[in-house]
Design a protein around this ligand. Structure first.
Ligand SMILES: NC(=O)C1=CN([C@@H]2O[C@H](COP(=O)(O)OP(=O)(O)OC[C@H]3O[C@@H](n4cnc5c(N)ncnc54)[C@H](OP(=O)(O)O)[C@@H]3O)[C@@H](O)[C@H]2O)C=CC1
Ligand SMILES: CC(=O)[C@H](N)C(=O)O
Length: 262
């Protein structure tokens, strides 16, 4: 049994989540793996137990199913060994917004928004009492770049960024670390799963390099981690421009430019 906090990782059966599992196992953390594919998680767990001697639980759950989501929430609330949540499970969908079937829209929001929020809430409720813990929310550069990618997916990732920033303000002073990770295109199964041929796309970052970069930000307790951004001052300038508008986000009368000419 590790003396370090256990790590609960959603979307742990492949891609970024599976790579986080590898990295935290290497660091000696026990793990709780969450996804739908039991077999893939069992194979991953078997390898990591053998290589690193850590304890690994598998909690199979479809996070779009509220009953199964609630089971993962309960684990986060009740298992005091868990000190880190990697809020990673997510999906994308190619195609024009107008062509998306209603159920597809609901499923994407249920996974990328509702599940992320409810799991963060379940973890936060205990982390606040314990005055510690870490929540890593996996967003995307598409959450701040409407010029790229699919509209609905980007909107769900804008939610993840905003949720992370509001939680940083609310939970940070109480000792809870919240990190928003904003990957750009990364070589995982998300492309095939969302109906896009990765071979027809420009070269992209490997999942190993992405997660290793995200962990550099994690170890630095960085709030917003943008693995591809070379200069942190670019984000700082972006955020400063946003903050400069705050003074105009409360008032009694519309700005002059919206007042009808006399
Ligand atoms: N790859 C990229 O280019 C980028 C990815 N991201 C984000 O990274 C995160 C991980 O994606 P990535 O690793 O790339 O993609 P993958 O498709 O490789 O992994 C997605 C993971 O989520 C799990 N998952 C999917 N649907 C459900 C569900 N209904 N319930 C529970 N688990 C589910 C899958 O497991 P299973 O099928 O077994 O349930 C899988 O483990 C996502 O949030 C994605 O939006 C952000 C920016 C870029
Ligand atoms: C870059 C992403 O966030 C995502 N993989 C997508 O483009 O669908």
């Amino acid at each position: 049994m590790s003396t370090q906090p256990s790590v609960l990782i959603t979307g742990a059966s492949s891609g970024i989540g599976a790579t986080y599992a590898d990295r935290f196992a290497r660091r000696g953390h026990d793990l709780v793996l969450v996804a739908r594919d039991q077999s893939r998680m069992e194979q991953l767990a078997e390898r990591l137990r053998a290589e690193h001697g850590v304890a690994i639980d598998i909690l199979r759950a479809d996070l779009v199913d509220r009953t199964q989501l609630a089971q993962v929430e309960a684990r986060l609330r009740d298992d005091s060994r868990i000190g880190i949540l990697i809020n990673n499970a997510g999906a994308s969908k190619a195609g024009a917004f107008g062509d998306l079937p209603p159920d597809t829209i609901s499923a994407l929001v249920d996974l990328n928004v509702t599940a992320v929020a409810r799991l963060a809430s379940a973890a936060a409720s205990r982390f606040v009492r314990e005055q510690g813990g870490a929540i890593v929310n996996i967003g995307s550069v598409l959450g701040i770049a409407h010029e790229i990618g699919s509209p609905l997916y980007g909107a769900t990732k804008a939610f993840v960024l905003m949720l992370s920033q509001t939680l940083q303000r609310e939970l940070g002073p109480g000792g809870v670390y919240v990190q928003a990770v904003l990957p750009a295109a990364t070589a995982t199964e998300i492309w095939d799963r969302s109906g896009r041929n990765v071979d027809e796309l420009p070269p992209m970052m490997s999942v190993d390099e992405l997660v290793d970069a995200a962990l550099v930000g994690f170890d630095r307790r960085e709030a917003i981690t943008l693995p591809l951004l070379p200069d942190t001052e670019q984000w700082d300038a972006y955020d400063a421009a946003r903050k400069a508008m705050l003074v105009h986000f409360s008032g009694v009368h519309p700005a002059e430019r919206y007042r009808k000419a006399g």
